[in-house]
Design a protein around this ligand. Structure first.
Ligand SMILES: [Zn+2]
Length: 144
């Protein structure tokens, strides 16, 4: 998964503003790289609860770039976040395992209060036994 965050960083690194005098020389570059990694990690682990990831990442990093580069920053972020989302639609378990080190499990909690350990369906992150929770969630979203 981190090939996506590294690709964003590599394309944008030449445009990153220098940090203010007295700050560590790499400060802004490290901040941009971490923001990209955080967004990709969250996308891979919890994409069902991550609305508009390209907007979130763009807002997190835009202050590290000059005004004239904002349009380009937005385009690069949108493009690679789009690639990452496409990859996760096709390979949800591989994406999750790559950032988490362990395969995904169902988003539901069992009656004992522990996480359900069954393999989730890619479309909503719930296992077959907990699909009714996804339906409830959809209704709540519509109501809200
Ligand atoms: Zn379950």
């Amino acid at each position: 998964m981190y090939q996506f965050s590294r690709a964003i960083y590599r394309e944008l690194a030449p445009r990153i503003l220098p940090p203010p005098l007295g700050a560590p020389a790499m400060r802004n570059r490290v901040a941009v790289l971490h923001a990209c990694e955080d967004a990709i990690t969250r996308l891979a682990i919890d994409r069902h609860n991550f609305a508009r990831p390209e907007r979130t990442l763009f807002c997190d990093i835009r202050s590290y770039f000059p005004m004239w580069a904002q349009g380009e920053v937005h385009r690069v972020v949108s493009r690679y976040v789009g690639y990452a989302q496409q990859f996760l639609v096709e390979h949800p378990h591989e994406g999750y395992t790559a950032v988490n080190g362990a395969p995904p499990h169902c988003r539901a909690t069992t009656r004992k209060g522990t996480d359900c350990q069954r393999t989730p369906l890619p479309r909503n992150g719930y296992c077959p036994s907990h699909q009714h929770l996804a339906d409830t969630e959809d209704r709540e979203l519509v109501a809200a």
